[in-house]
Write a protein that binds this ligand. Structure first.
Ligand SMILES: Nc1ncnc2c1ncn2[C@@H]1O[C@H](COP(=O)(O)OP(=O)(O)O)[C@@H](O)[C@H]1O
Ligand SMILES: [Mg+2]
Length: 212
């Protein structure tokens, strides 16, 4: 397949039908069309506010306009719901403009799946858990259930050697924060304890050095 429309062509066609889209910069244009003919993996690393979301949306439009991919073959994943919402809106708006500019057929379905890693993973789990021998009804714990459990653990903690001057609510929040980080980084309680002990040892040495 050959490229029918360049990233610049597409932006120009969309502007012609009154769409408020930016002309991509040369750097953005290169990324929008990279590794698309044939489709190959590519990674783009750029700082906050540098135009990543804009570029991702334009890339989707570019792939669809040139027939390199259909909207239903595209999956957009982001870390936060806010980012997923933003990307979904930009893509949907642009696809409609692409249709208005007659760059894609009138009957092209415009639905692109854009979601967060977490909710996509939850969907995969519920759709395919049976293949891995996991109960199909299993539900990942929601925030409320996690809070409830953490709250119970903290309030009923019996080990008297543990003391903490923070409010109970703060300890619950800390426990939840640590749990999420441990799950994301696949670290065990033993790993954390070992790392803590190392720091404590170093601190003890420093203390020993200044206070002989
Ligand atoms: N080619 C461009 N011309 C003008 N403004 C742009 C262009 N690309 C992005 N922007 C604007 O720059 C801002 C940051 O872009 P965004 O894609 O949200 O960045 P990121 O996702 O990297 O944080 C947005 O307001 C966006 O509309
Ligand atoms: Mg962004």
């Amino acid at each position: 397949m050959i490229e029918k429309y360049s990233p610049q062509d597409i932006a120009a066609a969309q502007q012609k039908v009154g769409a408020k889209v930016y002309k991509p910069t040369d750097e953005q244009s290169a990324i929008i069309s990279i590794a698309s003919n044939p489709l190959e993996p590519a990674v783009v690393i750029a700082g906050a506010g540098s135009g990543k979301t804009e570029t991702m949306a334009a890339r989707v439009i570019y792939l669809v306009a040139n027939g390199f991919a259909r909207p239903d073959q595209i999956l957009g994943l982001t870390f936060t719901r806010k980012a997923a919402g933003e990307l979904a809106i930009r893509i949907r708006t642009r696809l409609r403009q692409l249709r208005a500019a007659k760059l894609i057929p009138e009957d092209t379905p415009l639905e692109v799946a854009v979601t967060t890693y977490h909710s996509y993973a939850a969907r995969l789990l519920s759709e395919h858990s049976i293949r891995f021998g996991i109960d199909a009804d299993i539900q990942p714990m929601g925030d409320a259930a996690m809070w409830q459990l953490a709250n119970d653990i903290v309030r009923n903690w019996e080990d008297a050697s543990y003391s903490n001057e923070s409010a109970v609510g703060t300890v619950v929040e800390d426990l939840l924060g640590l749990t999420k980080l441990m799950l994301e980084h696949q670290v065990s309680p033993e790993d954390i304890a070992a790392a803590d002990n190392e720091v404590l040892e170093q601190l003890a040495q420093m203390y020993g050095a200044t206070n002989p």
